[in-house]
Design a binder for this molecule. Structure first.
Ligand code: PLP
Length: 458
């Protein structure tokens, strides 16, 4: 690997073992196994400290590196911008900040304002604060509750964990603030209601919660367009139309969390654009700059922005929030170049074509492996739910699911799984290759899953 001697790399691995507290990790295994340190990436592939090549089917682990690794043009755009002007506190604008906001809004008819911060959690927290302030300013303190959905995830802070529909993510970090209320998930494969028109029925369950809580107490509903870590859940037909009607009926703001689906992942710029939704808030992070810089955006309409209109007699009237590094120009500079790449390389169409190929491959594997209970997804955002028994849909033992992931890893293909997020339901394999994936890449990913399932499940 260019630029590092084997001594350098051994020293790095030891420093990592001694001092880095890894995300989402139990550390006991690192006493005997080297922690994974990724040294290089190019296109769809990464190389680890042992020099082993991996095809990355999860875009950096968590649906992030949408345009792939080693993009010199993004690095150059960031470098040039940082030398010219790296940072000034958030109240001041910047050249890339203004330009990216304009380009983004062009892709989001109906939206108008972009608020910058650094992570998906933070972008979502901004919405929660805006909703609470709107309740104070315009509803006499009512309409302060925020509804979220079972199996969705919105971040890691205490505020966003209060809207975690994934019990294992939120457990042991409470108590949580009041006013966050869960509505049922909409996964038809694990249907909670009988009868036809499942999408409408699942949306009606939201209305039931609103009526139980009192419509005048509910200010906002936050939903992922397609649930990510909760099992790659594509809402059934009819769901979104009914959700939109319900929000309009009760004057509830609709917040779409595009932290995963945003910026091309599902084959449209944003996941909600598949469904004709008219959101009041859209948040995004991961794919905005494909991990080349930290950036997140809270995007809203002019109507919401106007709710914060300056009132000279009230010094509390504006949105009194700052994100220190929301003023860093690396993020929007990287995001502008990221967007140019997606357009110039026609990556939305590639995402649709490669997503269909991947879905078809997974459906073919279903014929062969009875352990695959369901496959679902949109664009390059796919999941395969593994079950011990197709009739009862009993989830496959989590250890076996992890064994499938480990077997793919041994074959040099990194896939993901719903991991320790849902009690008893961590049984969905997750795929989110970069939007540049080729037919060969897709086939290599699904071939690896095929072989892993044969070895682990017979
Ligand atoms: N929203 C969704 C849908 C996510 O999947 C995540 C992270 O995985 C977040 C929000 C939180 O983003 P971050 O980790 O950047 O804070």
């Amino acid at each position: 690997m260019d630029g590092y001697s084997s001594n350098d790399i051994s020293a790095v691995v030891e420093a990592d073992r001694a001092h880095v507290w890894h995300h989402l990790s139990q550390h006991k295994p690192y006493e005997t196994v080297d922690p994974r340190v990724i040294i290089e990436g190019k296109g769809m592939r990464v190389w680890d400290a042992r020099g082993k090549e991996h095809l990355d089917a999860v875009s950096g682990g968590v649906w992030t590196v949408n345009v792939g690794y080693g993009r010199e043009s993004i690095a150059n755009a960031v470098r040039d911008q940082l030398i010219k002007m790296n940072y000034f506190a958030g109240a001041a604008g910047s050249v890339p900040g203004a330009r990216f906001a304009q380009r983004l809004i062009e892709k989001m008819p109906g939206m108008s304002r972009v608020y910058y911060s650094n992570s998906g959690s933070e972008a979502n927290e901004k919405v929660y604060k805006m909703v609470r302030q709107i309740a104070h300013k315009h509803h006499g303190g009512r309409k302060w509750k925020i509804l979220y959905r079972e199996r969705d995830y919105h971040g890691t802070t205490i505020g966003t964990l209060a809207t975690s529909g994934q019990a294992q993510r939120a457990a042991q970090y409470g108590p949580y603030p009041d006013g966050f209320v869960m509505v049922p998930h909409c996964l038809e494969y694990r249907a909670q209601w009988d009868g036809a028109h499942y999408g409408e029925r699942a949306a009606d369950a939201i209305e039931e919660v609103i009526l139980r809580e009192g419509p005048d107490t509910v200010g906002c509903l936050v939903l992922e367009p397609i649930t990510a870590g909760g099992g790659v859940i594509v809402p059934p037909a009819g769901y979104w139309e009914r959700v939109q009607q319900i929000c309009a009926k009760y004057d509830i703001l609709l917040h779409i969390d595009e932290v995963v689906c945003g910026v091309g992942r599902t084959g449209t710029w944003f996941g909600y654009q598949h469904y004709g939704i008219r959101p009041d808030f859209v948040t995004m992070a991961k794919g905005v700059a494909s991990g080349y810089a930290a950036i997140s955006c809270t995007v809203t309409t002019e109507a919401v922005f106007n709710l914060f209109k300056d009132d000279p007699t009230d010094t509390m009237s504006y949105f009194r929030d700052i994100s220190t590094f929301g003023g860093c120009t690396a993020g929007p500079a990287a995001a502008l170049e990221n967007m140019r790449i997606i357009e110039d390389e026609d990556l939305l169409n590639n995402t649709i074509a490669m997503g269909e190929r991947c879905l078809n491959n997974l459906r073919a594997l279903m014929e062969k492996h009875r352990v695959i209970g369901d496959v679902r997804g949109k664009g390059l955002f796919l999941g395969a739910e593994l079950v011990a028994d197709r009739a009862s849909k009993e989830p496959l033992d989590e250890k076996k699911v992890q064994a499938v992931v480990a077997d793919c890893m041994a074959q040099g293909v990194i896939i993901g799984a719903t991991n320790r997020s849902l009690p008893g339901l961590n049984n969905t394999l997750c795929l989110s290759p970069a939007l540049i994936a080729s037919p060969d890449d897709i086939d290599q990913i699904t071939d690896a899953i095929d072989q892993a399932l044969t070895r682990v499940c017979g």
